[in-house]
Design a protein around this ligand. Structure first.
Ligand code: IPM
Ligand code: SF4
Length: 476
């Protein structure tokens, strides 16, 4: 019998019952909640007079609607937008009512759901992790089975701690070799999406493997898995190794004393067997990957920084030609325009893709001793959690950013999507470390270019895209 993939192992560990229609009931170890997709679920529980089945499996925090300006210290009542205020208040009330642990807006442990749960050790190897949020794939970086669920499923998980799910196929993306300095996990995942497209992983659980992935930090692996969903795969995963275990050790929710040893022994089995079968395998060479910039309105519309925006007339397929034309029009770009000639109005460093300490360090390295270009109206740095913010401040990163002319903000989803006060104006170009560049994503008419934190900082200080490797080699 062929060996098992990591996904097969995680699935088998959690399958409660296989049903006649081919779907299964799986057990959920960790459920994370935020203010956008939980209100109707809690309402459903109330209407049915039900309670959460395992209260301590849940952890909540508001992130999408929270302001990131310093005046949010005035409290939830002071949130200017009525809809945002109500969503945050409703989460607070629901968590208080049902006894669910919540890191409220001004708690230092508050932040983006996908940043705080790993940070607390609430995401552990071998777990099933769900949240009413598509970027839950992030948690797969720990050798966990993690994916987003819909609001009705949020209610189902609250009530039963189980989920109806169908087993997916296995896919492996293998990246071998060494990444060059200045090329990061973000560039790797954008290059993968550029290669396989936004439907490339549809129906598959995607495991990232190869020496370039093993060389990555846990932060880098989280960035990769975060964007698995943009490649069409609801699940992204990386096998457990020493880095995984070292990251988890000592975190508040991690197992302690004799439980720790037992847990580690079990976690070490969370790797795909050498003879495991993958339904689809994609291979990339790390040496071929250059810093990436998205030019269009889908994450697959991405190129290396030294390339030119595509020319629709060179595209034979009429459907593709039309989509290139539409994207160029929305983005206000001309065919064959060099990526390095795209000028930026705003820069956003943050989101669940790139707001961890390592991301901020990479951006600060570029910002240090430089100034945000005068043509850039705003450059935001938004840490992923209060604890990331505190760590960055302890390292003096906030000073580097503010001296360079960046704004240093409170944690939240911020300009990743237009659900709070941080938005793009119509027609504005933004170098953004987030994960989606759909039309209007960062504000009506806004134009998003997805990049790594180092590339975003380089764009901020030059006013246009530039290969961060060239900038760093020039010195300050
Ligand atoms: C609001 C939420 C449901 C949504 C998601 O599911 O991903 C958001 O986080 C996003 O990034 O678009
Ligand atoms: S940071 Fe962006 S992608 Fe992540 S959860 Fe928030 S809105 Fe979604």
């Amino acid at each position: 019998m062929a060996g098992k993939t990591l996904y097969d192992k995680l699935w088998d560990m959690h399958e409660v019952k296989r049903r006649d229609d081919g779907s299964s009931l799986i057990y959920i170890d960790r459920h994370i909640l935020h203010e956008v997709t939980s209100p109707q679920a809690f309402e459903g529980l109330r209407l049915a007079s039900r309670k959460p089945w395992r209260i301590d499996a849940n952890i909540a925090t508001p992130d999408h609607n929270v302001p990131t300006s310093p005046d949010r210290k005035d409290g939830v009542e002071a949130i200017a937008d009525a809809v945002s205020r109500l969503q945050v208040q409703t989460l607070d009330e629901n968590c208080d009512h049902f006894g669910i642990l919540e890191f409220k807006m001004n708690d230092e442990r508050q932040g983006i759901v996908h940043v705080i749960s790993p940070e607390q050790g609430a995401t552990l190897p071998g777990m099933t992790v769900v949240c009413g949020d598509s970027h839950t794939s992030t948690h797969g970086a720990f050798g966990a089975l993690a994916h987003g669920i819909g609001t009705s499923e949020v209610e189902h998980v609250l009530a039963t701690q189980c989920l109806v799910a169908k087993k997916m196929k296995n896919m492996q993306v293998c990246v071998e070799g060494h990444l060059s300095t200045g090329v990061t996990a973000k560039d790797v995942v954008l290059a993968i999406i550029g290669r396989i497209g936004t439907a490339g992983g549809t129906g598959h659980a995607l495991e990232f493997a190869g020496s370039a992935i093993r060389d990555m930090s846990m932060e880098g692996r989280m960035t990769l898995c975060n964007m698995a969903i943009e490649a069409g795969a609801r699940v992204g995963m990386v096998a457990v190794d020493e880095k995984t275990i070292a990251y988890v050790e000592g975190r508040p929710f991690a197992p302690k004393s004799e439980h720790w040893q037992r847990a580690v022994a079990q976690w070490q089995t969370l790797v795909s067997d050498p003879d495991a079968h993958f339904d689809k395998v994609i291979e990339l060479k790390a040496e071929d990957i250059r810093p990436q910039v998205s030019w269009g309105t889908s994450p697959e519309m991405v190129l290396a920084v030294d390339e030119r925006v595509p020319d629709p007339s060179a595209e034979a397929d009429p459907v593709k030609r039309d989509s290139i034309q539409r994207a160029l029009k929305y983005m206000g770009l001309a065919a064959n325009q060099p990526i390095t000639e795209i000028r930026l109005d705003r820069v956003f460093i943050g989101s669940c893709t790139n707001s961890r300490i390592e991301d901020l360090r990479a951006a600060a390295e570029v910002a240090k001793g430089r100034k945000v270009a005068q043509t850039v109206k705003q450059a935001l740095v938004v840490p992923g959690s209060g604890l990331v913010k505190a760590q960055a401040e302890a390292e003096g990163l906030d000073k580097i950013f503010t001296e360079a002319g960046f704004e240093w903000r409170e944690p939240g989803c911020s300009m990743c999507l237009a659900m709070n006060a941080d938005k793009l104006g119509s027609g504005e170009h933004c170098a953004s470390t987030s994960n989606r560049n759909f039309e209007g994503r960062q504000g009506a008419g806004g134009r998003t270019h997805l990049v790594s934190p180092a590339m975003a900082a380089a764009a901020a200080v030059t006013g246009h895209f530039v290969d961060v490797r060239e900038l760093l080699s020039q010195g300050v």
